[in-house]
Design a protein around this ligand. Structure first.
Ligand code: MV4
Length: 448
């Protein structure tokens, strides 16, 4: 097992990884930017290095500085967390060349699944349902028009290098399609240096359901059931839950089994999430693989009782999974609300600043994963999420009631947050009845 791990991230996920290291008896080396200097969670690490100024590209995403910290810190492995360098195959490759274990998939598996078009092909080969669309990349307009007429409008133009909603354009007819091809390709070329695009039938008002997977270096692959992430706004997830309230047991089993087949076919190892969209008839379609631990991982941890960060570290260190698929029983219902420093009354613009007072909720089935505390200053330089409130109860009704109680206890004075929005969503009939889809928030009037 590793003696020392570099935690190449910040905030709540850095704290989460440091905690897992401490429980495993592993020393942790943290990194921080000038904006995070003095943050309380850094004191829990055994050592901490400043890697640069506030700007992410000059610090947390600066490969040479992160690697230098790893070398000086004399670590055997790096945990990238999520965001920053977590899905950067080049960084993954550099870790390998420096003989430092990257706690995640190999660079090859990361690159293979990071290309959405290649991932689609792998899915088809693994008999995983994909959205009807082009066989591969679209090379010219006439081919795009032909495919669009085969699958029927509306269609979605997607960038192979895209993901998370970036580089996507909906087209309702031939004329719109020609414009969409141009825009999606130009945007993807500018953003990712790869303008290649493919076409899919646009599934309207889909649910967004993802399957957590763990794969070790001994050929063992298991799923840890699904998370429903349909409650989101402009591709920003707000509330996640498990199990998905919209799936029959048959669909759930078929979706989870297909996720395992895809991960096996891709030669993927460590933690990963296979993402699907689900239409009104409960048909599910593979969309993409997220080759990292995700923000919402605690939802799965609560219903399965498995610590996903410790699992990642053990897998990277070469240990076989300590459980088989039949051991992984999901129990109860878990819901997570993302607590963002944003002002719902000002179109969710960031609301950084000093937290004059923070009182965390607690009690039976309540978990608050956050690096924030009274006196902490929320930086304007990073993502606005300052914590996650997770509840775990026997039934969904009890989980909603518990979350509402916990949200009413959570005190954050000095900045605006998404707490009021969460309380409105959790009381809304569409949420209570499990009828959320990815377009609900925009259509609901709950936000401008
Ligand atoms: C789709 C889709 C509907 N039809 N593909 C969004 C980003 C990435 N996770 C995949 N996404 C989607 N792909 C087809 N063929 C709907 C989504 C989608 C979505 C789209 C627009 C606005 C919000 C969304 C949230 C989740 C998924």
């Amino acid at each position: 097992m590793y003696k020392r791990i570099l935690v190449a991230n910040r905030g709540e996920i850095a704290l989460r990884i440091i905690r897992a290291c401490r429980e495993l008896g592993i020393e942790s080396v943290a990194i921080f930017s000038e904006a995070d200097r003095g943050a309380a969670y850094l004191e829990l690490a055994d050592e901490a290095f400043c890697v640069g100024p506030a700007k992410g590209a000059e610090s947390y995403r600066k490969i040479d500085r992160v690697i230098s910290a790893a070398e000086i810190g004399n670590v055997q492995a790096i945990h990238p967390g999520y965001g920053f360098l977590s899905e950067n195959a080049h960084f993954n490759e550099i870790c390998r060349s420096c003989k430092i274990d990257f706690i995640g998939p190999t660079p090859e598996a990361m690159a293979r699944l990071g290309d959405k078009n290649t991932a689609r092909k792998l899915a088809r080969e693994a008999k995983v349902p994909v959205v009807p669309g082009s066989a591969g990349l679209i090379s010219d307009e006439s081919e795009a028009v032909r495919v669009a007429h085969e699958i029927g409008f509306p269609v979605l133009v997607k960038a192979s290098a895209g993901g998370g909603g970036r580089g996507m354009r909906v087209a309702l007819n031939d004329l719109a399609l020609k414009a969409a091809l141009q825009q999606a390709s130009t945007e993807a070329e500018a953003a990712f240096g790869d303008g290649s695009i493919y076409l899919e039938k646009y599934i309207e008002h889909p649910r967004h359901v993802e399957v957590q997977v763990l794969a070790d270096h001994h050929g063992n692959v298991v799923h840890l059931w699904e998370r429903d992430c349909s409650t989101q706004r402009r591709h920003q997830k707000l509330i996640e839950e498990s199990p998905s309230p919209g799936l029959s047991p048959e669909t759930r089993a078929a979706m989870c089994e297909s996720a395992v087949r895809l991960i096996k076919a891709a030669g993927y190892t460590n933690a990963g999430t296979v993402e699907f969209i689900v239409d009104a008839e409960e048909n599910f379609y593979f969309i993409e693989v997220n080759a990292r631990i995700q923000v919402e991982h605690p939802v799965t941890e609560m219903v399965t009782g498995i610590d996903l960060i410790k699992s990642q570290i053990r897998i990277a260190a070469g240990e076989p999974l300590p459980f088989s698929q039949s051991d992984i029983v999901a129990r109860g219902v878990a819901i997570e609300c993302r607590i963002n420093a944003e002002d719902p009354k000002k179109n969710f613009q960031p609301s950084p600043g000093k937290i004059e007072r923070l009182i965390a909720p607690g009690g039976f089935g309540v978990r608050f994963d956050s690096h924030a505390h009274t006196g902490y200053t929320v930086s304007p330089h990073y993502d606005s999420m300052i914590g996650k409130l997770i509840v775990h109860q026997p039934t969904r009704r009890e989980a909603i009631d518990c979350m509402l109680r916990a949200l009413s206890e959570l005190r954050i004075v000095g900045i605006q947050t998404t707490v009021p929005l969460h309380r409105e969503i959790l009381r809304h009939a569409a949420f209570v009845d499990g009828r959320m889809d990815t377009t609900f928030i925009e259509r609901s009037g709950l936000t401008q």
